[in-house]
Design a protein around this ligand. Structure first.
Ligand code: R5P
Length: 311
């Protein structure tokens, strides 16, 4: 039987997934001792069960990662049949290569920790780079928020006059996939620093003049990439700019940077639990992904295809 356990990173999302699956959330305590050590107690029998842990490794990243590892350990020692780590937002994913000598590949280290703690599978959404799946030697499903975004875009925008834009060269594959689903043209923001010490130049590849632009990305953290891309597009004659970004990390002053920008709208999912500031921001809207995750969890448990969700 399938059961869902939640860490503390995004309990509302875990509850929404449970309601989609028509399941009660498994009774468990996930708390801190006075010195902030994590303590976990699963308060019902899970012997022989198909367990799914819902936990984004979002801020505070290390605490939420430790919760995930310790819940996994608790379930393994309680004789769960199979443990799937459902990590809607996989923190550390951006550290997926050595940017310089004597630097770590932290995404690989975190993958090892999750595997060694006892996870049998991983389920996530819009991994920063698809290849990170290969950091795990256990089955890893990487879902796409594309279909959820397409539905929302069709409800809120007139796609006849839109162009999908990648905010950097690294995001072109993701943007091309969305443009194909929407049947719109594609443009790319090409950020270049011609000479060391000179400021970056933003070249736009493709035509955006008079168009409504849809910027697509996996992560919005400081908001720098997004706001700079929006400025560059408007300077090239774009009519307006809306962004669809899966993971709203939104650290530091990101929310005020976005509300004070010329961005018409930023649409994010609730893969990371939105803060109060996000909820009241004039140009940020959060769309739910519980049904996508719930459907993928149900299919995993019934041993049905997950990829067919995206055909
Ligand atoms: C970078 O490769 C990612 O896809 C995002 O563009 C980046 O993490 C966004 O970060 P920030 O909002 O701080 O510019």
């Amino acid at each position: 039987m399938m059961k869902i356990v939640s860490g503390n990173s995004n309990r509302p999302l875990a509850e929404a997934i449970c309601s989609y699956l028509n399941l009660p959330i498994t009774k468990a305590v996930v708390k801190r001792f006075n010195d902030m050590e994590v303590f976990v107690e699963i308060q019902e029998n899970v012997r022989g069960q198909d367990m799914f842990i819902i936990q984004s490794t979002s801020f505070p990243t290390n605490d939420h990662l430790m919760e995930l590892l310790i819940i996994t350990d608790a379930l393994r020692r309680a004789s769960a049949k199979r443990i799937t780590a459902v990590i809607p937002y996989f923190g550390y994913a951006r550290q997926d290569r050595k940017p310089g000598p004597r630097t770590p590949i932290s995404a690989k280290l975190v993958s090892n920790l999750i595997t060694h703690a006892g996870a049998d599978r991983v389920l996530t959404i819009d991994l920063h780079a698809g290849q990170i799946q290969g950091f795990f030697d256990i089955p890893t499903d990487n879902l796409f928020s594309g279909p959820v975004f397409v539905r929302d875009i069709k409800q809120h925008m007139d796609i006849a006059n839109t162009v999908v834009v990648s905010p950097d060269i690294g995001g072109v594959v993701r943007a091309r996939a969305l443009a194909k689903r929407l049947d719109t043209p594609l443009a790319i923001v090409d950020k270049r620093r011609e000479r060391a010490g000179e400021s970056e130049v933003m070249n736009i590849i493709g035509s955006v003049d008079g168009k409504s632009c849809i910027l697509i990305d996996d992560i919005v953290d400081s908001g720098g990439t997004l706001c700079n891309a929006a400025e560059a597009l408007l300077a090239q004659g774009a009519k307006d700019v809306t962004a669809y970004i899966t993971h709203g990390v939104l650290s530091g002053g990101a929310v005020s940077r976005i509300t004070n920008s010329k961005l018409k709208n930023l649409v994010i999912t609730d893969s990371i639990q939105p803060t109060e500031a996000v909820k009241v921001a004039r140009n940020i809207r959060v769309i739910p992904i519980a049904s996508l995750l719930g459907e993928a969890i149900g299919r995993t448990s019934r041993e049905e295809s997950v990829s067919s969700l995206f055909e």
